[in-house]
Design a protein around this ligand. Structure first.
Ligand code: MG
Length: 260
């Protein structure tokens, strides 16, 4: 074999191996990781009332800012200033679309513990309808750590686990930087997510890899502003006190300090 044909043969082998890797049949477990287990932190913090410039999405009285992801009215229940998933009625989405935002909400997993792992108090907050910050009862509940509460689902493990017992209210303060695309749909800037859970920083401006996928690896597709969605995962998870602040029009300061 000449050197030339040897290199051609090598290129062929490598490209075959590469295409085999790309054609892999992914199963959910391929993207589920059990380590590192975030340290448990005791915290009951972060409760906030909406600031004056916030858009209130839910104040406990009605679903006027929301609709069913299947179209039409929300079919979740509303009681004592909180909304609760009615299983199998579908997720709910905001009527308005958003770019970059600060999103605050309070959530509660059911006091009566049924199921385990991903079947226990599962819901989720989907930013622009695509990027999920997981909601799960993660109090003494083992599951893959990139799928526990405070995770960017199947992408980032939370830095800590400040979960409180089921039946108690918890807080999420999420800063979402929307991805940017050019006119050809190419990604200019990925999304970034910061999450403060019960007053504890658990995601520190992580670079989102693409829309949340249950199976396989994420990849971006161009999109504009999007809805906020709360997930019906079949569990009786409740939400209250939901508000958002738009960040797209935030002033950009240019600090021109004197140089001499
Ligand atoms: Mg979920």
């Amino acid at each position: 074999m000449t050197k030339f044909s040897l290199s051609i043969a090598l290129i062929l082998i490598i490209s075959t191996l590469t295409s085999v890797a790309q054609e892999r049949d992914w199963v959910p477990a391929d993207t589920e990781f059990y380590e590192p287990v975030p340290p448990v932190v005791e915290a009951r913090g972060g409760f906030m009332e909406p600031p004056s410039d916030a858009i209130v999405l839910f104040d406990g009285t009605d679903f006027s800012a929301w609709e069913s992801s299947r179209g039409g009215d929300v079919r979740w229940s509303l009681e004592d200033g909180a909304m609760t998933v009615t299983p199998r009625t579908g997720s709910i989405v905001t009527k308005d679309s958003f770019g970059s935002i600060q999103l605050y909400l309070e959530w509660r997993s059911p006091e009566v513990v049924l199921g385990d792992g991903q079947g226990r108090g599962n819901s989720g907050v989907f930013l622009q309808g695509r990027y999920e910050v997981q909601v799960l009862d993660s109090y003494n509940n083992e599951t893959y750590v990139n799928g526990m509460a405070g995770s960017v689902y199947k992408q980032y493990v939370p830095l800590a686990n400040p979960a409180v017992p089921p039946g108690e209210w918890q807080t999420y303060n999420i800063i979402f930087e929307a991805p940017e695309f050019d006119e050809d749909g190419e990604l200019l800037e990925p999304a970034y997510i910061t999450v403060i859970w019960n007053g504890v920083l658990v995601q520190n401006r992580v670079e989102v890899q693409g829309p949340t996928e249950y199976i396989g690896l994420p990849s971006y597709e161009a999109h504009g502003d999007g809805v906020i969605s709360l997930q019906d995962h079949g569990n009786l998870v409740s939400f209250r006190n939901i508000w958002v602040r738009k960040l797209d029009e935030s002033p950009v300061w240019d600090n021109n300090y004197p140089t001499e």
